[in-house]
Design a protein around this ligand. Sequence first.
Ligand code: PGA
Length: 226
Amino acid sequence: MKKLSIIANWKSHKTIKEAEEWLHAFHDAFSSQKHSLPEKTVIIASAFTLFEHLRYCTGNLKLPIQFAAQDISPFGEGAYTGEVNGRQLRELTNDVLIGHSERRKYFSEDDTVVNEKVKQALANDIRPIVCVSDLDQVRSIGKTTNIMVAYEPLLAIGSGNADTRENANDMAKKIKKVLADTHVLYGGSVTSKNVHDFTSMTHIDGVLVGNASLNPQEFFQIVINA
Ligand code: PGA
């Protein structure tokens, strides 16, 4: 059986207190249903400000959740005010989202910047989860191993209109032709109702969940239904 990755993308949401409340609610759902999740990896991609406290709380609650960053500096250590570099991130996480369509749209990240970020992550032993909306963006990553790709069609993000599972699976297959041995996630309006449509497809190895991950009960149900 394939090991699914279920990643919550909290984007620019939640204070420390709200994140703690979310974890307690997720924990309540988790312990009341006595589920174990051996075949699933659950990751929350949160703002940097939440990392320390989230790690402390998941340790206390013994929750099988890992954390990912949502961004990484395209530069190494140095005079780059406001940036968090790979060496700093390595102390906190094993994974980082790179090239999310919102970063491409609102922060003018192009494929060159995305590639620099991928290099910085790999050089610091952090796995890049590169978000793409088409095959050109996949090709521009270049041949590399130890990355994950999240296919997120632009029209599906935050719209309530998920892609069809056939399209998503077909794209995942094509992505794997360009980048062999790469795990591919689907993202875009995933909910507890449609998650299994995607995770049951041959080439899809998990999901990246935005809006629906902000609600702990709904995200728990996504993890269970995946
Ligand atoms: P959505 O977001 O689930 O709200 O569509 C997905 C994403 O942007 O990663």
